[in-house]
Design a protein around this ligand. Structure first.
Ligand SMILES: Cc1ncc(COP(=O)(O)O)c(C=O)c1O
Length: 282
């Protein structure tokens, strides 16, 4: 079955050319995106993703491509046409098509593209069982990482560094030696005093949807918690480290830069939070 994408008003096979050369998303990475998890044919945390999409659009002075109900309808139709039960839905809004010049007309019509693809549910189970390894890389991004912009070159290079090191994720380190976040995940530790820590959601990181859902669970789970930056050294000395993102929810980190973290296997807090996330989304 060929995959079907929604491209600016038309559902069409993904491999048919459809994007115009002067789309500002293509020429300037002038656009935003969202990735929602699909489980059992359902979109997880749909309202939170749509709220964050609105936030990103407003931050870049871009109008929404259509009303929220219309967008939800297109999201569901893309799922249906691709028959995805477990996987991810990708939504991208670019500023629109115009002769190439840096400044823009705020009234340009945005171009919406939506795709969906399956990811085997067993991959999540495997990651929770085995954990992942991480390398650290300098954070080379701009000053508005809270906007989910399609301009992802530093994240792409960070992930490629991970691949070159034969590991799964790269944690980015700011000029003060503090961990900001992963290439496409938020970063967490359980520190030497058993305090669960993640960086506050300032302009330096993306406020992940899984991060938001887990923060709502922390108090009920009776965990000691602080929204406070942590250094690479604190991560290396932590009892547990893990990453979070909609693609897999929780990724226990068992190794950073070749050094074993804690007991070298997925920790109890990561498991507890993964279970709590599954319970919220059930
Ligand atoms: C840079 C970055 N941080 C964090 C996340 C996690 O966000 P979410 O939980 O919404 O998937 C992502 C997800 O793509 C990301 O790209």
């Amino acid at each position: 079955m060929s995959r079907i994408a929604y491209i600016d008003g038309v559902y069409q096979p993904l491999n048919i050319p459809g994007i115009l050369v002067e789309d500002r998303g293509y020429q300037f990475a002038d656009g935003v995106y969202e990735v929602c998890a699909i489980r059992g044919g359902k979109l997880l945390d749909e309202a939170r993703h749509l709220d964050r999409l609105d936030y990103s659009l407003a931050a870049l002075d871009m109008p929404p491509p259509m009303s929220r109900p219309a967008l939800q309808q297109v999201m569901r139709e893309t799922l249906r046409r691709n028959r995805v039960r477990e996987g991810i839905l990708y939504m991208q809004v670019s500023r629109g098509v115009a002769p190439r010049e840096h400044m823009f007309n705020p009234e340009l019509k945005p171009v919406l593209v939506i795709t969906a693809r399956p990811i085997a549910a067993e991959r999540r189970t495997q990651i929770m069982k085995k954990g992942i390894s991480v390398v650290s890389v300098p954070d080379q991004r701009w000053a508005r990482c809270d906007i989910k912009s399609i301009s992802l070159l530093p994240n792409v290079l960070a992930r490629q560094s991970a691949r070159n090191a034969k590991v799964q994720e790269a944690w980015q380190i700011d000029g003060q030696g503090m961990v900001t976040e992963g290439a496409a995940t938020n970063a967490w530790i359980v520190d030497a005093k058993d305090v669960l820590r993640t960086r506050p959601a300032t302009h330096e990181i993306l406020n992940g949807i899984v991060r938001q859902v887990l923060l709502d669970c922390v108090a009920d789970l009776g965990l000691k918690f602080e929204e406070k930056p942590f250094s690479l050294n604190e991560a290396l000395a932590a009892k547990e480290c893990f990453s979070t993102a909609s693609t897999m929810s929780v990724f226990p980190v068992i190794e950073i830069d070749g050094q074993i973290i804690g007991a070298g296997k997925p920790g109890d807090v990561a498991k507890k939070l993964s279970d709590a996330y599954d319970a919220v989304e059930a």
